[in-house]
Design a protein around this ligand. Sequence first.
Ligand code: COI
Length: 356
Amino acid sequence: MDIRIELTQNPKAKPTDESKLGFGRIFSDHMFLMNYTDGIGWHDPRIVPYGPFMLDPACMVLHYAQEVFEGMKAYRTADGTIQLFRPYENARRFAASCERLCVPQMDEDMFVEGITKLVEIDQDWVPYSPETSLYLRPFVFATDEHLGVHASKTYQYAVIAAPSGCYYPEGINPVRIYVESRDVRAVRGGTGYTKCGGNYAASIRAGQIAEDRGYTQVLWLDGVEQKYIEEVGSMNVMFKINGKIITPALTGSVLPGITRMSCLELLRNWGYEVEERLLSAEELFDAAESGALEEAWGTGTAAVVSPIGEMAWDERSCIVNEGKIGPTVQKLYDTITGIQWGKLEDTMDWILKVTK
Ligand code: COI
C-alpha cells in the first residue's frame, strides 16, 4: 500500500506512571485511516494525527450500527523489539465479521500492513512495564448519509492505539462472574460470532446489573434455550472438570477468540483432553457442587487469561479452586504472555515482529 503519512505537530505527553494506565483510556499520537467507496474500493490509506471524525447526523452507522471491530496488542520485549501476536488471525476474523455485516472485506495483508505501519510510527507509545501493551483497535463503519436500511456504499476504516495495562482492575487475580438468566447477547443465525458493536450494546444492561451486585462480568447463556454456557462479554470461557478441559463449542453465537484458539492448541500439545461442546449451566454448577470443577478461566485479547474465582447463577453460587489461581490457568497465562512479551521462544510461530 502507498500509505500517506502526516505526522503530528503537537505530540502528546506520554503517560509517566504506567501502573495507572488502565484499559483503553489514553490514545497515541496517530491513527491509520482508509476509506471505501462503491466502484472504487478501498482507497486513500493514511496515517494522520489522532483526532475526532466529523459525521453527518444521517450517517448510517449512527442509526443501524453497521460496524465491525477487532482487538489486538503490540508488545515490547526486553531487547526493545515491538511485536504482534497472530495478526493474520485478527485479519481473518475481521473479514468474517465484515461478511456478516455486509461491510466490504479488505485483503489480509492490507489489514496487517496498516496496523504494522501505525505501530512502527507510534512505537514510543508501546509501554515498558510488565503486563502492559499497546492495545490496537481496528474498526470500520458505514458512512452513507441515508436513512434507508441497506448496506452502505461508503465506509470509514480506522485503527487507533491505546497504551494499556490489565483489562480488569483485579489484574491476574480471580474475577467474580454472574450467569445472566434474563437478557441474551446473541441468537442462532445472528451476529454472535462476529465482533460487531451491536453485540456489545446488547450486553450492557446485564453487565451493569452484575457490576451493581459486585460481579466483574456476565456469563452468557445461549439465546434459544438459555441453558448452555456461551461466553463472558469480553472473554471466552474454559473449565477444568475431572482433569478434562471443557469449553463451549463455536455454535455461531460464540466469538471465535484468538486467545481461545491459542490456549486450546497449547492444552492439546500438553496432552490435555479437550472437549469443545455444549455445556449447560446445570452441568457446570453440579460439577462445582460435587467438587469435580477444578478450575475456571476466561481468555481474550484484552483480558489475556483470567481466572474465575466465583460464579453465581440464580440461587446457586460456587467458589472455584478456593478463589485462587489454579495451576492450569497459571501455566497458560505464563506461556501465552511469555510468548507475547518475548520471554519464551515462539515455537508456535505466532509472533510478527514490527521493529528489528
Ligand atoms: C478484546 O479482547 O480485544 C475485546 O475486544 C474485548 C473487549 C474489550 C470488548
